[in-house]
Design a protein around this ligand. Structure first.
Ligand code: HAM
Length: 439
């Protein structure tokens, strides 16, 4: 048997039901926050990602040359595609543009716990607002996307950081341009690396000052509140732009406090994001112990729309993946489920009753009920046994004497309690029954 590829999943019905339930919660939440759904191609020109996502993503691309000689790639992320869509119609769209997408992404990573080669993401993006109020709105929305599953601040937190502060700090150390980006890439790796290794890399990047610089960087990463952050910024504080940025930090934290989500937030400059396009506040969501990989990540990217040929349009967004989230919900016993059993199993006592029942099955299904019956006609008691095996909540019994009185028998298969339902009002009676059942 040919096996599926490493890092790709098959979803049998129970896993599919969980996936659908997660997507439904995502969708409901997005609509409540006023976001509209969009779609984009899964296969894109290779250059869309090699130029815009940065070297880390470029290394992980599934790419090939199609039969028309085009260099193409399966999308590793949704951001470049959605930015292109915005850029193409930016003038005509009412701002802020609030869009979301739920879709499959592909990255040639080493498959491991929480990281696969195919996974789903909910992508959320807001275009047209430069103010930190948009960052606050998206961070609060990300937190709501955890709360809808019953997760709390005891389970997840958001590590909040700022690439601007990093750039100001590095500038005060004389590190600018590509060198600053190189240092950020090193900071991104520090958490998963021992100190000696990091120091060696810093030496290669900035030379003799590496040791002092690394100590200063560690102080910034250790800061958990604004006063400690100010101290760790050291000489950078004399730059008026830094004072202004810290005022924006205060504004953002105050807004998050007003929204009631501050307990989820941890100031943590250790987060710099691996993708190249981020420009301001950035954040990642983690299970609180920090054992697992990131649940979600995002931030501000104010220059990407223009880089992809559109007008200058500020943007902020994030994506949450299904793999780490599903693992966490499983661990916490919070997996949402869909109904996996029929509402009614229709049973008939003979050929004439079966003909009447077959008509009703169509009517009940059209009304939205999940209705099953024995496709191959079989004896009465065998049908009842099949109803039990299917896990149906009720059997609907079409018997000769009941039908002669204009009745159908309804049997609760758990309690075995029976009642007679007038055949002429079957659909209406079952509808009230199911709404009181679900209430
Ligand atoms: P990202 O941090 O690369 O950001 O991915 C976001 C989330 O997708 C991760 O936190 C993780 O849950 C999930 N994810 C990423 N790679 C894998 C993988 N190999 N296997 C399983 N799950 C994975 C982005 O993709 C940005 N485009 C987000 C964004 C939207 N920024 C602005 N707008």
């Amino acid at each position: 048997m040919t096996q599926s590829l490493p890092g790709f999943r098959e979803f049998y019905p129970p896993e599919c039901a969980v996936k659908r339930a997660i997507f439904q919660k995502w969708q409901q939440t997005m609509l409540a926050y006023g976001f509209a759904e969009v779609e984009a191609p899964i296969l894109e020109p290779l250059e869309l990602f090699t130029d815009k996502s940065g070297p880390e993503i470029a290394e992980q691309l599934f790419h090939f040359v199609d039969k028309g000689g085009r260099a193409v790639a399966l999308r590793p992320e949704f951001t470049p595609s959605v930015v292109r869509m915005v850029a193409a119609r930016a003038q005509g769209l009412r701002k802020p543009i609030k869009w979301f997408n739920i879709g499959e992404q592909f990255r040639f990573e080493r498959p491991q716990k929480g990281r696969l080669r195919s996974f789903y993401q909910l992508n959320v993006d807001c275009f047209g607002l430069a103010d930190f109020s948009a960052d606050a709105e998206l961070i609060a929305l990300l937190i709501q996307l955890f709360r809808v599953f019953g997760l709390t601040q005891a389970d997840v937190h958001i590590r909040l950081s700022d690439r601007n502060l990093w750039f100001f700090f590095l500038e005060s150390c004389g590190i600018t341009g590509q060198a600053a980006l190189d240092v950020l890439a090193l900071i991104d790796k520090m958490e998963r690396e021992d100190r000696a290794k990091s120091l060696e890399k810093f030496q290669k990047c900035v030379g003799d000052n590496a040791s002092v610089l690394l100590t200063q960087i560690e102080a910034l990463i250790a800061a958990r509140d604004l006063p400690s952050l100010k101290i760790a910024l050291g000489g950078a504080l004399s730059n008026p732009a830094v004072a202004q940025r810290l005022a924006e930090w205060e504004g953002l934290l105050d807004t998050l406090d007003a929204m009631g989500v501050l307990p989820f937030i941890q100031i943590d400059l250790g987060i710099v994001r691996g993708l190249a396009y981020y420009t301001g506040f950035v954040f990642e969501a983690f299970e609180v112990s920090g054992r697992s990989r990131a649940l979600a990540g995002g931030g501000r990217y104010d220059t990407l729309v223009e880089k992809l040929g559109g007008p200058a349009l500020p943007a902020v967004g994030f994506a949450i993946g299904d793999v780490v989230l599903t693992d966490l919900l499983t661990e916490k016993n919070l997996l949402p489920t869909c109904n996996m059993t029929p509402d009614f199993y229709v049973v008939s006592s003979g050929p004439a009753e079966r003909r009447i029942a077959l008509g009703d099955v169509q009517i009940l299904r059209a009304a939205g009920f999940w209705v099953e019956y024995a496709l191959v006609d079989t004896g009465f008691s065998k049908q009842l046994k099949l109803a039990d095996q299917a896990g149906a909540r009720h059997a609907l019994i079409y018997g000769e004497s009941e039908l002669a009185q204009g009745l159908v028998k309804l049997r609760h298969l758990g309690t075995r309690v029976e009642s007679d339902v007038p055949h002429a009002q079957l659909k209406e009676t079952l509808s009230t029954l199911s709404s009181s059942h679900h209430a």
